[in-house]
Design a binder for this molecule. Structure first.
Ligand code: MG
Length: 248
């Protein structure tokens, strides 16, 4: 009965294979795979982009108390109608507080009255740690270089899509920023990373920054600690509102 022997052998091999596979991935008592500590802190989320209960509110439409100008003096931008607007030639505004890793919500609006084109139309920008610019620009129907349009990491990262609304409309950025990490000797251990949602749409997916933003040079990292959030005065009356961060 040669055939029977072959079948028996086949079954034996199959049995061994199943047992071996099961031993590779033994089952575990389900209770032993439950993790109960730590318990995440309970927070209250905000409705319609309002800050959650654990956020630091940087601008609620009323005043610039959380901000200074570039030199640490009084911030000179215009606060009106629940928004702050760039006052040309007064320079940047920056937060008094400094941040490392954070989640940021910020709303911006380029002027309803369209003037200029390319980089000259509704240009501003949000600098993480004073160094890494997320571009703010009217890129609705206005051509410029892709790594300089709205939602770009200026001269480094092209947005995945153009999710711009029109001039005069409020738009949102939701940002997750991870600061660069340096060794004790000052060399780069991990680059800065940034994820950005523009009007709720993913446009930067864990993008690895090449270094601080440069206009006409190759970016190079130098060691630094936490830094202010900075909003750019590019001469155009761009407005901001509802700005909050959560430190991570
Ligand atoms: Mg800019």
């Amino acid at each position: 009965m040669k055939t029977n022997k072959s079948i028996n052998l086949l079954f034996a091999m199959l049995f061994i294979a199943v047992v071996t596979y099961a031993q590779d991935r033994p089952t575990i008592e389900p209770k032993l795979t439950e993790v109960w500590e730590p318990v995440p802190a309970k927070i209250t989320p905000g409705e319609n982009n309002a800050p959650p209960s654990d956020a630091i509110v940087l601008f609620d439409g009323k005043d610039l108390n959380e901000w200074t100008d570039g030199d640490g003096g009084l911030a000179k931008w215009i606060v009106e109608g629940g928004a702050m607007t760039v006052k040309a030639k007064t320079g940047v505004v920056k937060t008094k507080q400094k941040f490392g890793d954070f989640q940021l919500h910020i709303e911006w609006r380029t002027p309803a009255e369209v003037k200029g084109d390319g980089q000259g139309r509704g240009n501003s920008g949000i600098f993480m740690m004073k160094k890494y610019e997320l571009q703010v620009l009217d890129s609705y129907e206005s051509k410029t270089y892709s790594n300089g349009q709205a939602g770009s990491l200026y001269k480094q990262g092209i947005p995945l899509v153009n999710a711009c609304k029109g001039p005069g409309e409020w738009q949102t950025y939701d940002v997750i920023f991870m600061a660069p990490v340096f060794t004790e000797k000052g060399s780069l251990k991990a680059p800065a990373r940034i994820t950005v949602l523009h009007n709720g749409v993913l446009i930067q997916n864990n993008f690895e920054l090449k270094g601080p933003t440069e206009y006409n040079r190759i970016p190079v990292y130098t060691p630094h600690g936490k830094g202010s959030l900075v909003l750019q005065d590019h001469g155009n009356p761009v407005s901001y509102r509802n700005i909050w961060v959560r430190e991570l």
